[in-house]
Each structure stands twice: as structure tokens, then as C-alpha cells.
Design a binder for this molecule. Structure first.
Ligand SMILES: NC(=O)c1ccc[n+]([C@@H]2O[C@H](COP(=O)([O-])OP(=O)(O)OC[C@H]3O[C@@H](n4cnc5c(N)ncnc54)[C@H](O)[C@@H]3O)[C@@H](O)[C@H]2O)c1
Length: 270
């Protein structure tokens, strides 16, 4: 390890179990010398194993529903108290579509479900940043990262309304990134990650085929949750200070590949 995050303090959203991208990131940040508060929705606390991660990394847990402003205000204020100063890094690793969960097709959405999923998956990112901004909680040259998927740019039929939520999320990163950059010298980016076998990922219909296809299409193969943790650490570090308002593809080259030899072979029967 390189001590890249020595002395840095952060908040990590979304570690549900050991497969979660946020879980791997928390372990990696810890190894790089960063300290942080772990948070997740109160309901996920009961279902998940976050306590185990907290023990392992010497972290405290503060429950917060990322759609609830009061919870977020409490989270940010308490995190600064616990960590002993302003926040240097934040990971937003949150996503959920009620339409996907309830098996509603994209062309047959229940709009209450749509609103809920949008609030959880996209607007929560704005709420997190607005809360940090208003409390002047971020250190200069701090770094905020949210996770997204390429369905924001290209259609993947089973990704359903999460595609729209991710497009909105990426836009928030640019818009808030402008103000956070200007006023507080804080950077805001999204990482567009390969399909990854996690609870949220596996909720997508046909995930097995989907992940295998992406792997065959990517010259470097799919990026794993562990790879994503490494990349996120680089964005939290001082080595990427001028990277902001970007959607950064972290997908083994998938997004720029038209077709791969392996996929051609599947179809040509050679
Ligand atoms: N798994 C993939 O294939 C993949 C690919 C690209 C991007 N992503 C994104 O990565 C992020 C993390 O997902 P993951 O794959 O690690 O799955 P995960 O299921 O482990 O994590 C999703 C997290 O969101 C949390 N969450 C849901 N509602 C919440 C709320 N109201 N308040 C606070 N937290 C809430 C869950 O409790 C959970 O911890 C998501 O944004 C997801 O869309 C995942």
C-alpha cells in the first residue's frame, strides 16, 4: 500500500455486504490510511453485515436514509465530530429501482415506484452534496465520487428506469461539480463501472448473461469491485486534484469497443 489517504477523513455510503463496491472501497481506503464513517439506510443495517466491516476498519456507523435531509444533516455533523475535522472524501454507492424490484417493465412503470427509485438513486446524490455544501463540511481539494453505469449513455433493455436515474445522477455530478469546484475547490466525479456481482447488480434481469457478455467484449475483461475500490482510492487521493465533473469509464475498455473477436466467433460458429 502507498499511504495515499493518510490523514484523510471520509464518509462511505452503501456497504451492505462483502460483495458491495462500497465494502471493498472501505477496506482499501482503510489500508491506505484513511479514516471514515460508514453509513447505510436503517433497513439495510438490519439485513447487512456492516458491523463486521466497522470492526475491521475501526469505523463508526451512522444510519441515514440518503433521501432524508434530516438524516443527512445529522450524518454530516456527527461525522465531522467523530473524525475530528472536515471531510476529504465521500463515496455515494447507492442504487435501487422499485420498478426493477417489482418486475415492472420499462414500458409499464408505476410512477410512484419511478419517483422513489429516482429519489434514492439520483436525487440522493444532490441531497448529500447540498448538505455537505451548506455545512461547509468539505476540505479544500476534497473529492466526491458516485457510482454509475453506461446504461446512462446506451440502452440496455433490462436496466429499466435505472438508466434514466443514472443519466440524472451523472448530470448532477457535473452541475454540482461546477459550484463545488468554484466555491470550495472540491471535485465531483462519477465512475461508470462494469457489471459487478453484488446485491444491486444481480437484481437486473438476465444478469448472468449480461456480465459474461461484457467480459467478452472488454479487452481487459470486466473491472471487479476490487478494481473499482482501487480506482476510487486514486480519485480520493491528491494525485487527481484537477479531475472534476467527469464521468469516468472503468470497464476494461467495454465502452469504446464496437465488437470483440470472441463475440464475432460466438455468432459465426467458427
Ligand atoms: N453492480 C453493478 O453491476 C454495478 C455497475 C455499475 C454501477 N453500480 C452502482 O454501484 C453502486 C453500489 O451498488 P453495488 O453494486 O455495490 O450494490 P449493493 O446492493 O451492495 O449496494 C447498494 C446500496 O444502496 C443502499 N441503499 C439503498 N437505498 C438506500 C437509501 N435510501 N439510503 C441509503 N442507502 C441506500 C443499499 O442499502 C446498498 O448498501 C450503485 O450506485 C450501483 O448502481 C453497480
Amino acid at each position: 500500500m502507498y499511504n495515499l489517504l493518510k490523514g484523510k477523513r471520509g464518509i462511505i455510503f452503501g456497504a451492505l455486504d462483502e460483495n458491495s463496491i462500497a465494502w471493498k472501497t472501505a477496506e482499501r481506503v482503510h489500508a491506505e490510511g484513511g479514516t471514515f464513517v460508514l453509513t447505510n439506510a436503517p433497513i439495510a443495517m438490519r439485513m447487512g453485515q456492516i458491523k463486521e466491516l466497522a470492526d475491521k476498519t475501526g469505523s463508526e456507523i451512522i444510519p441515514a436514509d440518503a433521501t432524508n435531509l434530516e438524516d443527512l444533516e445529522n450524518l454530516v455533523a456527527k461525522s465531522m465530530e467523530i473524525l475530528g475535522g472536515k471531510i476529504d472524501f465521500v463515496l455515494h454507492s447507492i442504487g435501487m429501482s422499485v420498478n426493477v424490484r417489482k418486475g415492472r417493465h420499462y414500458t409499464d412503470q408505476n410512477y410512484d415506484f419511478t419517483s422513489k427509485g429516482w429519489d434514492v438513486s439520483a436525487v440522493s446524490f444532490h441531497k448529500v452534496m447540498q448538505t455537505l455544501y451548506k455545512q461547509d463540511a468539505m476540505s479544500e481539494w476534497g473529492s466526491i465520487v458516485a457510482l454509475t453505469y453506461m446504461a446512462a449513455q446506451r440502452t440496455f433493455p433490462d436496466y429499466n428506469d435505472m438508466a434514466d436515474n443514472k443519466a440524472y445522477l451523472e448530470s448532477i455530478a457535473r452541475s454540482f461539480g461546477y459550484f463545488f469546484g468554484k466555491e470550495k475547490k472540491v471535485r465531483v466525479n462519477t465512475i461508470s463501472q462494469s457489471p459487478t456481482p453484488t446485491t444491486a447488480g444481480q437484481g437486473v434481469k438476465g444478469f448472468g448473461g449480461f456480465i459474461a457478455y461484457a467480459d467478452k467484449m472488454s479487452p481487459l475483461g470486466n473491472a471487479t469491485a476490487q478494481d473499482c475500490a482501487d480506482y476510487t482510492v486514486s480519485l480520493f487521493s491528491d494525485l487527481t486534484k484537477k479531475v472534476t465533473m467527469q464521468n469516468l469509464f472503468h470497464d476494461g475498455g467495454f465502452s469504446n469497443t464496437g465488437v470483440s473477436q470472441e463475440v464475432i466467433e460466438e455468432f459465426s460458429g467458427e
